[in-house]
Design a protein around this ligand. Structure first.
Ligand SMILES: [Cu+2]
Length: 151
């Protein structure tokens, strides 16, 4: 009677050691802990060469004119909500688009207020009513880019 009981314990012990419990015990803590410890929390990521912290602070102005929309253009600006931002340049040569341009890859954002603003004229104005960050770039020259941060 006593021997049988001990053997049953041994059997169950072996069963659990070789069963599916081990991988779960070994994998879960490592898989869960690694992202928590290693993943950096980026609160102000660099987008289109801009960070909000380094953006030109033009908050409190109702009208903001960006530097010339031409080669070399990079403008990272911070504005208040309900600000009109003006781009001036040749939009036939430098089509303006809302979205990101990172490492030669353009990702247009159809929901951006900047999207679809490539008029025939030499100037475009966009009224930013909602807060958020609104990246933009030139469709032809992906190095022409920036971000409008709206507080
Ligand atoms: Cu361009």
């Amino acid at each position: 009677m006593k021997i049988a009981y001990v053997m049953m314990l041994f059997f169950f012990a072996c069963g659990s050691d070789g069963g599916a419990k081990d991988p779960a015990i070994d994998a879960s803590p490592g898989a869960d802990a690694a992202p928590d410890v290693d993943a950096p929390v980026v609160v102000d990521p660099m987008v289109n060469g801009c960070t909000e912290a380094a953006a030109m602070d033009m908050t409190g102005m109702a009208q903001v004119s960006l530097p010339a929309w031409t080669f070399g253009h990079t403008a990272c600006v911070k504005v208040s909500a309900n600000t009109t931002v003006t781009w001036a340049g040749n939009f036939g040569t430098h089509p303006l688009e809302g979205g990101t341009s990172e490492q030669g890859v353009a990702t247009p954002d159809a929901a951006s207020p900047i999207a679809g603003n490539s008029p025939a004229g030499g100037e475009v104005q966009v009224l930013f009513t909602a807060s958020g960050s609104f990246p933009y770039y030139c469709v032809i020259h992906l190095g022409m880019r920036g971000v409008v941060y709206v507080e």
